[in-house]
Design a protein around this ligand. Structure first.
Ligand code: F6P
Length: 542
């Protein structure tokens, strides 16, 4: 595989960079915090607390040029088949391009997007206004959104993130949105038990309309409706979002209540499409539009900014830098915002399903580690849990702190404490505490309390969380993942690695069901056999 020319220079530079001391870098350059700072759409990236110099940035920008990052991004947005292994385009950016501004060759795609948005608006308006009613004539009180992976993570995360936005806004509707993904029956069973079918609409979201979890949850939900109303009434309670229109119609959704998904938008990039319908239902179509506009602003920044001023590219090369030269293998994303408590779950799919690859786009073994293990959770909760490892563990972790500056509540003291907590963490990671600073302690105790410091982090501040800034934040990470894929020369848009587990799951399910045509013919390993036998014995007793 092609080793880009600048890579060798970066390797040489890394030898001396390993001796960088963050505190010293700041002492030597009072303007450092300004130098390593970027802005877009009310988001500010402070990447000054990293083990880098201007030379590091220069080298990575050269590498980015050699990797044709921005040309590849252009190829993506104009609809080239950048997902080569599936011969598909990856046009999530088109979903947030105002109609009329799309590249000429995408006119027909843009029309489909525009029509889908009209459908989202019309359905969400009708539900919010009470025009769409259940079969008994009552207004709809609850939505159950059934989907998994990208058909679930994006909309549920955005819904959570905007909840407190809606506390003060008139945009909030009285309709509750519930999300079910897992096939674990505990969830849907409990959820449906608390709802009234006469005032509930089920939205089944699946691009393929074959995904096992979604199909089974959809079937259970439909049965729950059928038990409460005549078959002819179901149409008032079913919506489907899919590219498999026939299957959705067979399921029972009326054609006008089937919204599109397309093979040119990956599931993990689909929140911008009709998959975001619950956002429009909960907060109004205008808020959904603000989400798209925020993402659009980040798209423009990404596509039009020089690599040295490019926020997604900065996050991308910093990730590579630590992974390749500092043995950092995990990426923590820690938002100090309760609404973003599940943001890292969305990023897990975005990053690990996109870049968890071991061969290049042309099928050669990659010569470097690819996607990091992404994890995280809301601050300040983590400070009383896993931050111990961040400060004193044996492995350094790449950390992105995310901090909205203005709260959406009136409790100033809470927000002051939250801000202080966030800023203190990146500071503590950087400065650490040496034994020399604790001369009064016995050496054994001083060793326990010593914190090495010199641990890097990024801080992304957001002026104020809103649908607009959230859209920009999500798009920021989408483009970061894309840049890393280009640097690693992998295809971020396929996900073949999830297939084998699905097939084997089908085999085991057949065996459980006693389907002799398939299940019994399959020889399982002895461990799987024993586990299965144990399950079947207990199943027979229940
Ligand atoms: O199994 C992985 C995956 O295909 C994801 O890429 C996707 O987001 C999810 O399953 C759900 O797929 P679908 O929308 O087709 O149900």
């Amino acid at each position: 595989m092609l080793k880009l020319p600048t890579w060798t220079s970066i390797e040489q530079h890394a030898v001396s960079a390993k001796n960088f001391q963050l505190v010293k870098l700041f002492e030597d350059d009072p303007a450092r915090a300004e130098t390593f700072r970027l802005h877009c759409a009310g988001l500010h990236l402070d990447f000054s607390k990293n083990l880098i110099s201007e030379e590091t940035q220069k080298l990575f920008c050269a590498l980015g040029e050699e990797a044709n990052i921005l040309d590849s991004a252009q190829a993506m947005v104009v609809g080239e088949l950048v997902n080569a292994s599936e011969a598909r385009a990856a046009l999530h950016t088109l979903l947030r391009t105002p109609y009329g501004e799309q590249p000429e060759q995408l006119d027909s795609h843009a029309l489909q997007v525009s029509n889908a948005l009209k459908q989202v608006k019309s359905i969400s308006d009708r539900l919010r206004s009470g025009d769409w009613r259940g079969h008994t004539g009552k207004e709809i009180s609850d939505i159950v959104h059934i989907g998994i992976g990208g058909s679930y993570l994006g909309p549920s995360m955005v819904d959570e993130a905007l909840t407190s936005e809606a506390l003060s806004a008139e945009t909030n509707s009285n309709i509750n949105c519930h999300y079910v993904a897992n096939v674990d029956g505990h969830h849907i069973h409990q959820m449906l038990a608390a709802l009234n079918p006469d005032t509930t609409v089920i939205i089944v979201v699946s691009k393929s309309f074959t995904t096992m979890e979604t199909m089974l949850n959809g079937k259970t939900a439909k049965k729950w409706l059928e038990d409460a109303m005549p078959l002819s009434a179901l149409q008032h309670h079913l919506i489907a979002i899919t590219s498999n229109v026939d299957a959705a119609q067979t399921y029972g959704a009326l054609p006008q209540n089937i919204l599109p998904m397309w093979d040119w938008v990956g599931g993990r990039y689909s929140v911008w499409s009709a998959v975001g319908l619950p956002i429009a239902i909960r907060y109004g179509f205008d808020q959904f539009n603000h989400l798209l506009e925020g993402a659009r602003e980040m798209d423009k920044h990404f596509l039009e900014s020089d690599l040295s001023k490019n926020m997604p590219f900065a996050l991308a090369w910093l990730g590579l830098w630590y992974q390749q030269f500092f043995s950092v293998t995990t990426q923590a994303v820690i938002p100090y915002d309760h609404g973003l408590r599940n943001f890292s779950e969305h990023l897990q799919q975005l990053d690990m399903e996109s870049n968890g690859k071991r061969v290049t786009a042309t099928g050669e073994q990659v010569a470097w580690d690819t996607a990091p293990v992404v994890w995280g959770g809301e601050g300040s909760n983590g400070q009383h849990a896993y931050h111990q490892l961040l400060h004193q563990g044996t492995r350094a972790v790449a950390v992105d702190f995310i901090l909205p500056m203005q709260p959406r509540h009136p409790l100033t003291e809470h927000h002051d404490q939250l801000v202080a907590s966030c800023l203190s963490q990146s500071q503590a990671l950087m400065v650490g505490r040496s034994r020399q600073q604790m001369p009064h302690l016995e050496p054994e105790l001083a060793a326990q309390k010593e914190m090495p410091g010199n641990r890097p982090s990024n801080t992304i501040t957001i002026d104020k969380m809103s649908a607009h800034s959230l859209g920009a934040l999500i798009a920021l990470y989408e483009h970061k993942v894309f840049c890393q894929a280009m640097l690693w020369q992998i295809n971020p848009f396929d996900q073949w690695g999830v297939e084998l587990g699905k097939e084997l799951g089908d085999n085991i399910f057949d065996a459980i069901k006693g389907d002799s045509a398939r299940g019994e013919a399959i020889e399982f390993d002895s461990s799987t056999q024993l586990l299965l036998r144990h399950y079947l014995e207990l199943r027979a007793k229940t």
